[in-house]
Write a protein that binds this ligand. Structure first.
Ligand SMILES: Cc1ncc(COP(=O)(O)O)c(C=O)c1O
Length: 426
């Protein structure tokens, strides 16, 4: 017998959604998420919070890996999109557009140094693909060096640059000309550069790789290597951008200016997909010669650009990066207490602003912590390339009380993991 929709309980609706997801989308993903206690069907979303369809509340510390910096359904950004929808649509991608021009000007204003020209896209992988195309096209060289455990997206060139074979192996052969060296190891990078090297591609903080923070000295050293060998430096700020690390861009901490920077995720305000590749004026020689070299129907749509501009205004007007820095420090005080209390479990804390990673003793602990945290009202997930690391990336305007609640949930979760037999249990 079929139950009429109006009579279904929230729990029934949830189980139906999960069953349909498993049947028509991805059964294995559904299983993995269930095991990690993350079989959540998001319903209401607001600020730092999300509510499961059954009404369970969670502090969102996943935020689609840093895509919701301005918060979930931020009313200012929602209003900007609503007004845009009353008047505009995607816009013709072949035409010049005021919305594109406005957002490009703002990106040039807020990105470091002399980064100026912008190529728009719809996602982060696409932004990196164009960065690599630009590097090859401009330098007439082929090779791209990235880092072990790096994550740059699952599209063509970006996939080749990823530092994890599991993502690539089923699709070998990859685009040739890509290699990876250990992160934060300047000597390894220097040794890998040849006369064929077009660019070094780097995340200033590796996200999926397990929240590994590049030292200022490393980034400065990369800049020097690039200048010495006429190699371009590309910063992938797709996770680290727009206030996540306590400054507008992670590059602002070290003062190192890359030749190309890629952004995506939070530029879309958790509402509309958009990405951008921003590059120095000199590199525009290549685009002048090939003005239609990267066409993207949905890239930099008028609606996306309006949202992106609203996001930048919001971050600047409300000093959101500064708030993120302060909340990151508040988290750190809690992490210090937890490190003292659970020395066998919590090996290390790695953090820049609100890009935070807790290094646990082994790979089983990431999923177990996700499960325990979900039981305590916190949605958090271990990193893709390093499951022993719990990544915490809440919205940037998380309140001090919510920070304390996450720390308390971590404390309870670690206690529960230890009670289950600690690091030996699995
Ligand atoms: C550092 C980094 N680069 C690139 C990407 C790919 O972005 P997208 O999923 O929008 O293609 C991601 C996504 O998580 C990322 O974290």
């Amino acid at each position: 017998m079929t139950i009429p929709a109006a009579e279904k309980t929230p729990e029934t609706k949830k189980q139906e959604a999960l069953a349909d997801f498993a049947r028509f989308v991805n059964p294995q993903k559904a299983r993995v998420l269930k095991n990690a206690g993350l079989d959540i069907i998001e319903d209401r979303r607001e600020g730092a919070m999300v509510w499961d369809i059954t009404g369970e509340a969670y502090i969102d510390c996943i935020t689609s890996a840093g895509s919701f910096n301005v918060g979930r359904r931020n009313p200012v950004i929602v209003q900007a999109l609503k007004e845009a929808l009353d008047r505009y649509d995607l816009g013709g991608f072949l035409l010049c557009s005021k919305q594109k021009a406005d957002l490009a000007r703002k990106l040039a204003e807020i990105t470091p140094g002399d980064l100026q020209f912008v190529m728009f896209g719809a996602g982060g992988g696409e932004a990196n693909d164009f960065a690599i195309k630009l590097a090859r096209g401009f330098t007439f060289k082929t090779d791209i060096i990235s880092t072990v455990k790096a994550y740059h997206g699952h599209t063509g060139f970006s996939l080749a640059a990823i530092g994890r074979d599991a993502y690539k192996q089923p699709f070998f052969p990859m685009v040739p000309g890509f290699s990876q060296v250990p992160f934060n190891d300047l000597d390894a990078m220097a040794a890998a550069i040849t006369e064929k090297t077009a660019a070094i591609l780097i995340e200033p903080v590796q996200g999926e790789g397990g929240i590994h923070v590049a030292t200022d000295g490393y980034l400065k050293g990369l800049r020097e290597l690039c200048d010495a060998h006429e190699v371009l430096l590309i910063f992938d700020e797709i996770q680290t951008g727009f206030g996540r690390t306590g400054k507008m861009f992670c590059a602002d901490h070290s003062g190192v200016v890359p030749d190309i920077m890629t952004v995506a995720k939070s530029l879309g305000g958790a509402l509309y997909p958009i990405s951008a590749t921003i590059y120095r004026e000199e590199l525009n020689d290549f685009v002048m010669a090939h003005p239609f070299t990267h066409l993207s129907t949905f890239g930099g749509s008028d609606l996306g650009c309006i949202v992106g501009s609203a996001v930048i205004d919001y971050l600047r007007d409300n000093q959101v990066p500064e708030h993120a820095a302060a909340m990151g420090d508040r988290f750190q005080a809690g992490f210090d207490r937890l490190s003292d209390k659970y020395p066998d479990l919590l090996m290390e804390v790695r953090r820049k602003g609100l890009m935070m990673g807790l290094q646990f003793t082994n790979d089983s602990i990431g999923p177990r912590m996700s499960y325990q945290l979900a039981q305590r009202g916190v949605m958090a997930i271990y990193t893709g390339n390093e499951p022993s690391v719990m990544r915490l990336m809440p919205v940037l305007e998380i309140s001090p009380e919510q920070v304390d609640a996450v720390v308390e949930a971590l404390d309870g979760s670690m206690a529960a993991v230890m009670e289950q037999g600690g690091i030996e249990a699995y």
